[in-house]
Design a protein. Structure first.
Lengths: 465, 107
């Protein structure tokens, strides 16, 4: 029986590896996900044969509750809220690791299960990493839902506090390892401290960097799962955990480099929030060129042969993807060349906007990414920015400005002949940085939500023939 | 160090190397789905949660195990379903094009 289980676990691990491999290309990605899911089903089915398992009723109840919650939330979540959903699923995974470790330590403590020093070490590692991931993901979720804690939350001596908490957790851990007094209390304290640490590590990080943080916490949960694997001497847990821990780390690095945001800057800087507040006041008084939909239609009709549309999160939130597609159609009928410029993090995460526009059936060949289209902006007559801000903010290129988006590659909208913003207000974007482009002479601001603005422009275009 | 643990560490290192090697060059288009899929895979922790809850003999471990099973199941089920939903978006494209072509031929 044991041989059969181990071989099945190995087969499941193999399916995970093949699944991740197929996820590297859009053609095979879907089958990759299915392969991984099959591997998961095999691993779980085989585990139920384990003779240590005696109470099946509880398992049935727990799995049923979890399945319903997981399935319903995954099916119901709108595509725009995908990043925080991933954060939530990651968090509960980390939480599971911590609770397993707590339960195992109690078993060892009351002498029901034999455990040596190594086991206690893996228990502590699982609690620490799992809880940081759990609490950190919860904060990431709250920030992305924009419930509270918006922007970067900092307080004095934050780094000292973090270091102190980590030190206390390590000391308590050593106490439990060395068989010192009150081991049970020590381990529970480590759990509480790790939760606090998870909160404190993520609150200073601004919203724009959140995808990278989620990816990092994803790697954390993988590593924590591997710790439980050592604890329970379970090979599939070790392999899958190590796989996710390693691939998650690399993915985090890929993401942060595609955003031009070095990882250490995100984690240790606690991005500066003070300069924009002071600078903002004077910006507010600068005049902007506020226009009507008819003005926009006139420019597009008579003064633009090539048009690039830059979609942003505002477009996705207003569910205006189909209207964007209609605008393309109307303009093309008038003989204009129209394309979309997709920033790598348009939306909230890498690839998010492609998913959203594909959902609205926007032709795939019209979507060009940053590298493909950036050189074309100087030869473009008009750029229509719909509900985007940070991804076209030239302030990111300013080396003298230390802002949360510094160094992020941006779409070079500034070099086009005209820029039309369809935006609800002058408010800065998700990263909280003001956009100097709003105040330039060639910029036209159409203050409307993405859906209303596009509707009005399309109507005006149709009216003018 | 006992033999079993040593073997497990070897397994861990080899699996980590595979993980590093797998994700070398991935188009940014797939970063989000890939994160979501690996997120679902660490739901494997459900294996551990099942072992804890299934073998539990005290109230405290039953409660802790139950929370762990519920959490881990959410991770697994939600993770795979959400990833599939994301990837479905990429798949619809060729079908649509085919449909358009067929209509044109009829015209």
């Amino acid at each position: 029986m044991h041989t059969f289980m181990t071989l099945s676990y190995m087969f499941a691990a193999l399916l995970f590896i093949l699944g991740v491999r197929r996820l590297r290309s859009p053609e095979t990605a879907r089958s990759g996900n299915s392969l991984a899911a099959i591997g998961m089903a095999i691993a779980l089915g085989v585990t139920l044969l384990d003779q240590r398992i005696v109470s099946y009723w509880e398992i049935l109840v727990g799995v049923a509750i979890g399945s319903v919650i997981g399935y319903v939330s995954a099916v119901r979540v709108p595509m725009t809220a995908m990043p925080q959903m991933v954060a939530a699923f990651n968090g509960v995974g980390g939480g599971a690791v911590a609770f397993i470790a707590l339960a195992e330590f109690y078993q060892i403590h009351i002498g029901q299960v034999a455990g040596d020093r190594a086991d206690v070490f893996f228990i502590l590692a699982g609690i620490l990493i799992g809880s940081v991931s759990f609490a950190g993901s919860a904060i990431a979720y709250v920030k992305l839902e924009e419930l509270f804690l918006a922007g970067s939350v900092t307080f004095p001596y934050q780094k000292v506090a973090n270091a102190g908490l980590l030190g206390a957790a390590v000391l308590l851990g050593i106490n439990a390892l060395a068989g010192g007094p009150l081991p049970l209390l020590s381990v529970w304290l480590v759990f509480l401290i790790a939760l606090t640490l998870g909160v404190l590590l993520v609150i200073p990080i601004g919203g724009a960097d959140m995808p990278i943080v989620i990816s990092l916490l994803n790697a954390f949960t993988g590593l924590a799962a591997a710790m439980s694997g050592f604890l329970l001497s379970n090979e599939v847990l070790i392999i899958a955990g190590a796989l996710v821990g390693a691939s998650g780390t690399i993915l985090t690095r890929l993401m942060s480099s595609s955003l031009g945001r070095p990882l250490n800057k995100i984690i240790f800087a606690g991005v500066g929030a003070s300069p924009p507040a002071a600078a903002k006041k004077e910006e507010d008084e600068k005049p902007v060129n506020s226009v009507t939909p008819e003005d926009v239609a006139a420019v597009l009709n008579y003064d633009a042969d090539s048009v690039i549309i830059v979609p942003g999160y505002g477009l996705a939130v207003a569910q205006a993807q189909t209207l964007a597609a209609e605008l393309v159609e109307v303009l093309e009928r008038k003989g204009k060349v129209v394309r979309f410029a997709i920033h790598p993090v348009a939306g909230r995460m890498p690839g998010h906007m492609n998913v959203l526009l594909a959902e609205a059936d926007v032709p795939y060949d019209k979507l060009l990414d940053l590298e493909e289209i950036n050189a074309d902006f100087p030869e473009t007559d008009a750029v229509i920015v719909v509900g985007a801000n940070d991804v076209v903010n030239p302030a990111a290129k300013d080396p003298n400005l230390d802002s949360p988006i510094s160094g992020m590659p941006v779409l070079d909208v500034e070099s086009a002949r005209r820029v039309i913003f369809i935006k609800r207000s002058l408010s800065p974007g998700f990263a909280g940085v003001d956009n100097p482009l709003f105040y330039q002479e060639k910029t036209m601001m159409l203050f409307a939500d993405a859906r209303q603005g596009l509707q009005d422009v399309i109507a005006a275009l149709k009216e003018s023939g | 160090m006992d033999q079993q643990l040593l073997l497990e560490i070897i397994i861990f290192v080899l699996a980590a190397v595979i993980g590093f090697e797998l994700i070398s060059r991935v188009p940014s288009l797939l970063h989000t789905p890939l994160m979501s899929a690996t997120n679902a895979i660490h739901g494997i922790i459900l294996v551990g949660a099942l072992l804890v809850l299934g073998a539990s003999e005290s109230l405290l471990t039953t409660v802790l195990g139950m929370i762990a099973v519920i959490f881990a199941t959410i991770n697994v089920v939600g993770g795979f379903v959400v990833t599939n939903r994301m990837l479905e978006m990429f798949k619809r494209e060729p079908q649509k094009k085919r449909r358009v072509r067929r209509v044109r031929r009829r015209v």
